[in-house]
Write a protein that binds this ligand. Structure first.
Ligand code: MGD
Ligand code: MGD
Ligand code: SF4
Ligand code: MO
Length: 698
């Protein structure tokens, strides 16, 4: 029998809308949802490799309980009842002795969090974390300091943009299908891209202007641009007068940061900085300075991200076609939002173990900062945490220094991983619970915010082919074992959908036609001079931030030049490949064939000094000497001489994934000593403060 199912891709965290064709319970074809104009049937390579992932048998197929030492790889196959009882009994013991707060959970964010966050809340723990301390936390906090709300308040109208500025935002390789398509449309329409990176990535090749910048100096570049914009009166005066608090303070702060000064820091010629400022100003307000991610992993990235947002405000590029727009939700178009289970459960009274929101008032408390959990586990200050549930997250691969992390995990009574693959963390866990793949499970309904808000659905295409189960079922079953099943009254996800939709006027059957239900016909734009909804105390964009100043933190940090590597050492930069998702696709038979391992980008002149030619093997050692490995060199003039680069996620060490095992090197393994090195104001791990030694291999 044949069927066609609208759903959402799960090969990366973007969750593109897809259409899946199934014949006799076998997935035959996946394409971008043709009803979504941004997709128009298209998918990326990873999305297309979803079938290869589904039929790869090197994935966990049943619950596993550890038999040997942690990480040794000796497992016992368990039934679901056994595995859930095992976890349930351990957690009960921990809750009796230390309270629910002794249980922490981390995930990878996203729209499907209601059930597992409700689980945590129901057992009385405030200790929910997500991945963001290694991703966009500094951008998030920069946004809160300026606008009173997080980075997702806005999205970017790249399609109609006339000049897009990208700080290492590698849109064509670090992909979102719709985003990449929109930027292609910008180019087709004659729009410009200024792309800034320490190396020439795929996006650099398509950009109108490429600036190779010294790593960690984007803040200096922005100060130089802001100086020019204010000095030459290139800003949107009307917008700034209406919406900005603290313009004069900014003006006096940047007065010393001339283009000549910025040039010396960044390596970008001063006259080009001035020319750029004039050029982009002509296209305002349809311009975007994308605050990105990659400038967000240094010690001063909070201020760097903040300065990119400030440039948008100076250009008046808010709520205007081709600029940043407020993402509208159901409430903004007069429709009730989806019901959330979390709202039916009382909030835990205990304070967060990481201090976010109370000890550190400038850090948002919602998902906290995961790297601050580690010292708390070790010190038991302010209280003990004894169990850690890792759900759809792989901290041993995504936070720095896996060996240090393991030492901390060894203080736990219980480490559980819920994952559809053998993650590095799952391999070190006490129990590994197999999660159904996105093709095998329906998820709870999600809200898509934007110019045209919508509700959307992930619907299973096939039944799980082994013992794997949907994530919602796993957490509901655990809740029942811990005596809090009363909050999880639904029998299956379809019941939950009905409940989520109650009062919205939308019905489950409305998703059948397209896989999503638009809540309005036409895009919603607010009046940019009267109706912008900034959530700061002043209701304006706060260049001088009340949140920061109240907490004794300056709104304008004087620039400090980043450290230069010592002789023989390089800063280790990393990024994505268009055909891999972090560390989770290295074992995919198709993606592995396209890119089986990573290489080390190194500047041609530096390589010559080291006697290294293209494709030679080089030996790479972490700064403390504890970790080393060999990797093939990619010698190129198109990378900063202080820096080497490798694609993230390789060097996998789970032997049951035979294709990805030990292929290439893992950037994360070289980040020794960095687990608790973070931007003090933005909170994110400073992953790029990593220096490694490079030598020609013997
Ligand atoms: N050194 C270094 N560190 C980095 C980065 C880097 O480039 N270099 N990148 C950083 C960034 S930007 C990010 S966002 C983080 C990402 O770090 P993570 O969030 O840890 O990475 P992901 O690959 O998104 O997903 C983690 C796990 O989720 C599992 N998974 C996927 N789908 C499902 C599902 O439906 N259910 C369940 N239960 N599991 C699922 C995958 O198999 C994978 O093991 O890493 C950060 N850390
Ligand atoms: N194919 C694919 N796409 C993805 C993902 C994936 O795993 N695979 N992951 C998604 C996730 S979670 C994220 S966060 C995004 C990340 O998206 P991006 O941030 O756009 O991409 P990255 O590849 O992480 O890094 C981009 C670039 O930053 C550069 N860089 C390093 N240091 C500096 C610096 O000091 N200044 C400047 N200007 N540039 C610097 C690096 O050289 C690299 O080329 O991608 C998303 N999209
Ligand atoms: S970007 Fe590619 S892998 Fe990610 S959700 Fe979209 S199609 Fe899937
Ligand atoms: Mo990320």
């Amino acid at each position: 029998m044949k069927k066609s199912v609208f759903s959402m891709c799960g090969m990366c965290a973007v969750r593109c809308p897809i259409r899946v064709e199934v014949e006799d319970e076998v997935v035959k074809w996946i394409e971008g949802n043709p009803h979504d104009p941004g997709m128009a049937g298209r998918l990326c390579a990873k999305g297309s490799a979803g079938i290869a992932m589904e039929y790869d048998y090197e994935r966990p197929s049943h619950p596993m309980i550890r038999e040997g030492e942690r990480g040794e790889g000796k497992w016992r196959k368990a039934t679901w009842d056994e595995a859930l009882d095992f976890i349930g009994d351990k957690l009960k013991g921990i809750i009796e002795k230390y309270g629910g707060k002794a249980i922490a959970l981390s995930d990878r964010g996203g729209p499907f969090r209601d059930i597992h966050r409700s689980f945590l809340r129901a057992i009385g723990s405030p200790n929910y974390f997500n991945h963001d301390c290694t991703c966009a936390k500094n951008v998030q906090h920069a946004s809160i300091s300026l606008f009173g709300s997080g980075r997702k308040t806005f999205n970017y109208d790249c399609k109609q943009c006339k000049h897009l500025v990208l700080y290492g935002r590698n849109v064509f390789e670090s992909l979102k299908v719709k985003g990449a398509n929109a930027v292609m449309e910008l180019l087709d329409a004659g729009g410009k891209i200024t792309y800034i990176d320490v190396r020439a990535s795929g996006t650099a090749m398509k950009a109108t202007r490429f600036w190779r910048i010294r790593p960690g100096t984007d803040y200096a570049l922005n100060l130089g641009i802001i100086h020019t914009v204010i000095r030459d009166k290139l800003y949107d005066k009307e917008f700034v007068e209406r919406w900005v608090e603290g313009f004069n303070e900014l003006e006096s702060f940047v007065s010393e940061y001339t283009p000549d000064w910025a040039s010396a820091e960044t390596g970008i010629p001063a006259e080009e900085i001035v020319e750029f400022a004039h050029e982009i100003s002509e296209d305002k307000p349809s311009v975007i300075f994308h605050p990105g991610w990659m400038t967000a992993r240094y010690m001063d990235s909070f201020y760097s991200s903040r300065s990119a947002y400030i440039l948008n405000a100076l250009m008046g590029s808010f709520e205007t076609p081709g600029g940043l727009f407020f993402q509208k939700g159901p409430g903004d178009v007069g429709i009730k939002g989806l019901n959330t289970l979390m709202d039916t459960i009382p909030k835990p009274e205990d304070k967060r173990v990481d201090g976010c929101g109370w000890k550190y008032k400038h850090f948002e408390s919602g998902p906290g900062l995961l790297h601050l959990l580690y010292p708390a586990i070790l010190s038991e200050d302010p209280y003990p945490v004894k169990a850690y549930i890792v759900f759809r997250h792989d901290p041993l691969l995504s936070l720095p220094d896996p060996e240090e992390q393991k030492r901390v995990f060894d203080k736990l009574d219980l480490l559980v991983a819920v994952d559809g693959k053998y993650s590095e963390t799952g391999w070190y866990a006490d129990v590994l619970l197999p999660s159904a793949t996105y093709l095998e499970k329906s998820s709870i309904l999600a809200t898509g915010k934007g110019l045209k808000p919508q509700f959307k659905i992930r619907k299973k295409a096939i039944e799980p082919r082994n013992e794997a189960r949907p994530d919602w079922w796993i957490f509901k079953s655990l809740a029942e074992r811990l005596g809090v099943g009363k909050y999880f009254k639904f029998d299956d996800v379809e019941d939950f959908w009905e409940w989520q939709l109650d009062g919205t006027g939308v019905k489950v059957k409305d998703f059948e036609e397209k896989g999503f239900v638009p809540l309005v016909e036409a895009p919603v734009w607010w009046d940019r001079m009267n109706d912008l909804k900034f959530k700061t105390p002043s209701k304006k964009i706060e260049f001088v931030s009340s949140l920061l100043e109240e907490n004794g933190i300056t709104s304008f940090k004087p620039y400090e030049s980043p450290k230069k590597p010592k002789k023989g050492f390089f800063r280790l930069a990393f990024g994505r490949s268009p055909v891999h998702t972090h560390g989770q696709t290295q074992n995919n038979p198709i993606l592995n064939e396209i890119m089986p391992e990573n290489t080390l980008w190194i500047n041609a002149e530096k390589a010559e000094e080291l006697g290294v030619s293209n494709r030679d093997m080089v030996e790479v050692t972490s700064s403390d000497g504890s970790h080393s490995g060999t990797i093939s060199a990619y010698v190129t003039p198109f990378i900063d001489p202080e820096t080497v680069f490798m694609v993230h996620g390789f060097g996998r060490k789970v032997p049951w994934q035979t294709l990805g095992y030990n292929k290439g090197l893992g950037d994360y393994r070289f980040e020794t000593g960095l687990l608790n090195v973070y931007d003090p104001v933005g909170g994110a791990n400073a992953l790029l403060e990593c220096y490694i030694q490079v030598k020609k291999a013997k």
